[in-house]
Design a protein around this ligand. Sequence first.
Ligand SMILES: [Fe+2]
Length: 427
Amino acid sequence: MKTAFSVQQIASGPCFSYLLESEGQALLIDPHITKADVYRQGLLKKGLRLAGIVDTHTHADHISSAAILVREYRCPLYMSPKAVSSLTPKRLSQGDAIEFGSARLDVWESPGHTDDSIALVGGGCIFTGDVLLIGSVGRTDFQNGSPGDMFDTLARFKTLADDTVVYPAHDYKNRTQSTMGQEKRQNPFMAQTDKQAFVADAGSKILPKPFNMDRIIQVNRQGTAREIEFIAAEQVKERLDKGWQILDVRRPDEYKAVRIMPSVNIPMDALASRLPQLTAGTKWILSCRSGGRAAIAAGVLLAAGLQDFCVAGDSLNGWLKKGYPVIREKVPMSLERQVRMIAGGLVAAGALLAILFSKWFLIIPLWVGCGLFYAGVSDSCMMGMLLMKLPYNKRAMEKQAAPGGSCSLGGGSCAMDAGKTGGTCAM
Ligand SMILES: [Fe+2]
């Protein structure tokens, strides 16, 4: 049986794409607009021929790079017969298969999240698109999604062996894969056996629409995605001299500590809501620490229809390597970092004292562990609240409250914020 292939998962924020390889040929699943160059490098490095690209459904939360890559590699795009697309994809229905190298993936029509969803099954794996996610499922409230179809699709998925590896198109909690057995046991949507209750539960969830969804769907349907330009530090400098401006998407405390000028700081988690603040006519260079967040921000700008921007590939790291000038300021340590340092120190000290003197010192790490668990469950941190009362932190907060002050005590990492707000496809 044709099944053997290797899997490379490529993440762009919470979105996953997959580059599969078998005997010199590759299949690309759900390519993301910010990762076109990563796919190119992956193919080039191993001398692979791109045999085809699959969009498991018409994406509503990010732009697909399928339009760019099918033209470039002259390979077929595979989609469901129900997908609306100007790219004339090859239509795949239930019972069809995709072959590349010595591998074969069977196509399972899997409506629910959208009516044009397909899953790919083979080699002990299932690529589920947004139908089945890890511990969750895709939302069903637009693009002809249907909770009833979702229930039926999940019922078919349950027929797969427990050791089948589940590769979803999204995850919002930094997980990468699962197994069908794990989903059967732990995913509440898979555990539901009453179709009516499933439909009622799904229908009761009111979720915000993904940012700029209509525009993203239009670009994906029409195949009008444009390449995101990544530039090196030397080009960043040249363009700044020509009047371009840096749009820095790091947290305010990171920005304040060290920044390139001229620049504007809009943190990643606030970018979508603050896009109207971007001055029309300004050409933007997106930047962050090492380029990751800037690339994701590029997807947001592209989805918003902005054209005059590029991404500083290595961002601040590349700029610093070249020895170009920056502005530095001393910033107070964030509360989150203070909590991490103190908690870590207490755990290490407690463990050491227990080894050296008495096991009763284990009470210290136990107490810290319980406190952190409670902080996670209740979303309120007692240690953070106590630290905020220290004069050092009070002064920083007063500065922050003053006009023009920084948000350096804001604490929460971008990843956490992205997790809370980025779940555009989760039910
Ligand atoms: Fe989706």
